[in-house]
Design a protein around this ligand. Structure first.
Ligand SMILES: Nc1ncnc2c1ncn2[C@@H]1O[C@H](COP(=O)(O)OP(=O)(O)OP(=O)(O)O)[C@@H](O)[C@H]1O
Ligand code: SF4
Ligand SMILES: [Mg+2]
Length: 382
């Protein structure tokens, strides 16, 4: 059980953790009970609505003046269901890590909401935030820099218990850490070793053990295998899939590459310049993509079968990703899209089932933010 705590009342203003007022309408016990209640499998455990993060761009040294904003995340919405893996894919700088930090409340949202079990956590502070953070953990990309080189593995994995001693009382901690080492496939006798005494894959296992320490429900994995050798990537992904079954975890799995998330994801969201371009099930995104950007990304995925590779249509995107400080009007992909028309510069396409597929019983009927969405066989069937 987490410590008793209070939660904050939503306000109309931009969420500001330090300014929120504590709710006096609910008891502490009610707030905590709501956070810890088991979730119905049919309900999303996390609902993200119109999430926005704009970083101010300033000029001047003594007197700082805001001259613009980096629109790192610009209205992102999605759901995460219990026990599922949602892959989030997109090119460097499209806002994936910023979304992760917003979900962890490591960054404060400019606007929008993140509902965890129905409660908006962007407006929480103090002990209520601490209670939520116990249930939402993160695994980072680089196992070399995310582990403190001066701490033993036992201290690294056991560190979360300092903040949440109720999970492992003092006398119990070494035993708990040894259990966690065993769970992630490391020898429990390594408890006194330092990070530099492990390989990259083993270090990522240490990061996963630390992420599991507080028995979370959701783990946000920000490119957890991108820094690893290809041969080790599969081992770590298999470990994560096993742990998901064992502990009924929900994952958000962030990656650059559609091929990495395919094996672990139930659904996939494709981000471009701070927005979600397309989102759907594995089958919908990989076999029936309707957004030109997803089609281009898929066309670049390595295809092991030589015959399928022959049939594959490569779509080479021209131009660079525009600056998020100055995104194009209308559809932000239009400067690189081979299908762009006047409407694309004038109207922002909404993330929804495109009109052309509405009501049809086809896997193409899924959310896609394109005025001219259509199916395209990137890897043609034999
Ligand atoms: N603290 C910050 N201040 C200003 N701009 C920021 C800050 N953090 C991120 N950005 C900008 O926001 C945009 C999105 O960054 P983010 O790190 O979320 O991208 P990403 O998709 O995770 O990229 P990568 O794949 O390279 O990790 C980038 O243009 C980045 O420069
Ligand atoms: S809305 Fe227009 S520019 Fe954007 S992806 Fe669709 S066709 Fe391309
Ligand atoms: Mg990132």
């Amino acid at each position: 059980m987490a410590d008793p705590t209070k939660s904050a009342e939503p306000t109309d203003a931009t969420p500001n953790v330090s300014e929120v007022e504590l709710a006096d309408t609910h008891s502490v016990e009610e707030e905590i009970a709501a956070l810890e209640a088991p979730v119905d499998r049919g309900e999303p455990i996390l609902q993200v609505r119109n999430l926005v993060k704009h970083f101010p761009l300033t000029q001047g040294i003594v007197i700082k003046r805001q001259i613009g904003a980096v629109k790192a995340v610009d209205g992102v919405s999605f759901d995460l269901y219990q026990g599922e893996t949602l892959g989030i894919v997109g090119e460097s700088g499209c806002g994936k890590s910023t979304v992760a930090k917003l979900l962890m409340s490591l960054e404060q949202a400019t606007a929008g909401e993140v509902f965890y079990k129905g409660q908006d956590i962007t407006r929480l502070s103090g002990r209520a935030l601490k209670a939520v953070r116990r249930n939402i953990q993160m695994i980072f990309q680089d196992p070399y820099t995310s582990l403190n080189p001066r701490m033993t593995v036992g201290d690294i994995i056991g560190e979360p218990f300092d903040i949440h001693p109720e999970v492992a009382p003092k006398g119990d901690r070494r035993g708990k850490v040894k259990e966690l080492l065993d769970v992630v496939g490391l020898n429990p006798e390594y408890i006194n070793r330092y990070p530099h005494q492990f390989s990259g894959g083993q270090r990522q296992r240490i990061g996963i053990a630390r992420g599991l320490a507080l028995n979370p429900e959701i783990i946000i994995c920000d490119e957890p295998v991108s820094a690893l050798d290809v041969s080790v990537q599969a081992q770590v992904i298999n470990l994560m899939a096993r742990l998901q079954d064992e502990f009924n975890l929900s994952y958000i799995f962030i990656a650059h590459d559609l091929s990495i998330v395919r094996h672990i994801s139930d659904r996939v969201g494709v981000m471009y310049l701070g927005k979600m371009a397309e989102i759907g099930t594995d089958e919908q995104i990989y076999e029936h993509p309707t957004h030109p950007y997803t089609q281009a990304l898929l066309s670049a995925v390595p295809v092991p079968d030589p015959e399928a590779r022959e049939r594959r249509e490569r779509i080479i995107l021209t131009g660079d990703v525009p600056s998020p400080a100055n995104p194009p009007s209308g559809c932000s992909f239009r400067t690189r899209c081979w299908k762009a028309q006047d409407k694309c510069a004038e109207q922002v396409p909404l993330l929804a089932v495109p009109e052309v597929f509405k009501g049809l019983d086809t896997p193409a009927a899924h959310d896609s933010a394109c005025h001219f969405a259509e199916q395209k066989d990137v890897v043609h069937a034999a």
